[in-house]
Design a protein around this ligand. Structure first.
Ligand code: OFO
Length: 168
């Protein structure tokens, strides 16, 4: 039996994962608009991944006999000045999600809810991977001195994202 405060946080996380999915879909659409097919593919790969995260939380709530409450979703940011800004926004978002997951883990420990704490281990590892992924892209961006300008560096990063998309 889950405590009400844990159920509330898990339901909030269900919404957060749906927001993440929409955010990546919007980032993919932005990239498509700019002719960045590699970036568009890379971001699109994250869309079902985030929905799979949502489903893991929903499944856990069901397993525990708790109710699922879907809330309203904010529209994700649609306008960016360049691709560097998009990647930075994705990285910042993943760091925010990591903080949310850590917050639930912290509460689970406070409540001695070891099942929830155990379930969250998968997400803690996943968030580490997500942060490593985006930090790695930002490293490549620095390496080719890409600051969002059109030209060789942008071509390079778009291709790099295309290759990364194949590995996701
Ligand atoms: Fe991108 O990990 Fe879920 O939100």
């Amino acid at each position: 039996m889950l405590k009400a405060n844990i159920i509330e946080k898990l339901n909030a996380q269900v919404n957060a994962e749906m927001f993440s999915s929409n955010m990546y879909l919007q980032m993919s659409a932005w990239s498509e608009d700019k002719g960045l097919a590699g970036a568009a593919e890379f971001f699109k790969k994250h869309v079902p991944e985030e929905l799979a995260h949502r489903d893991k939380f929903i499944h856990y709530l069901f397993e525990c006999g708790a109710s699922v409450r879907i809330g309203a979703l904010e529209a994700p940011r649609a306008d960016y000045n360049n691709l560097v800004e998009v990647i930075e926004a994705a990285y910042a978002h993943e760091k925010k999600v990591t903080a949310m997951i850590n917050d639930i883990a912290n509460l689970a420990l406070d409540e001695r809810d070891f099942n929830t704490f155990n379930m969250l281990q998968w997400f803690i590892a996943e968030q580490r991977e997500e942060e490593v992924l985006f930090r790695g892209i930002l490293d490549q961006i620095a390496l080719v001195a890409f600051k969002g300008q059109s030209g060789e560096a942008m071509f390079h990063i778009n291709q790099y994202l295309q290759r990364l998309a194949q590995t996701l």
